[in-house]
Design a protein around this ligand. Sequence first.
Ligand SMILES: [Zn+2]
Length: 154
Amino acid sequence: MRNELLIWFAREGLLLTNILSSAEDPEQDEVKISVRAPLLALSRASHDFRECPDPVLFGYPDEALDMMNLDDMHEFVLTWFERAVVAGMARCFVCNQVLDMGEEKPWDAVFVQKDLYCWLLAHFDCKRYLARDLKGRHPFEVSAQAPEFFDMRI
Ligand SMILES: [Zn+2]
């Protein structure tokens, strides 16, 4: 992930930090700090987590991040998800059904802010069960792959 995007998430207060000190060995006072930016989930399967796509790498102007607020990022992520749904790659986080755009889009993108920061998709009717399916996820134990590249132009 580019530093610019990490800095943007830090500015929005959405960067998680994990501090690991080697307490067993007092001689070694090395502290390991890792940071985690918000993720996207194409489904609840562990191989379906993605790093957040970088708007600039998807065709936004270089200075776009300076002007974007969180709502703009939600919008951008939703567009990415819509491309993934059209490609048949996205599932409801709760019931695991493959999503489509339908006559009337039956699902919504949700931004989870409890324990980990993560965008995911769920049917309107499934949303109420989300808490159950999110339980026990630790942000630093979830491994995320690079996001698929979609043409984001409208
Ligand atoms: Zn569902």
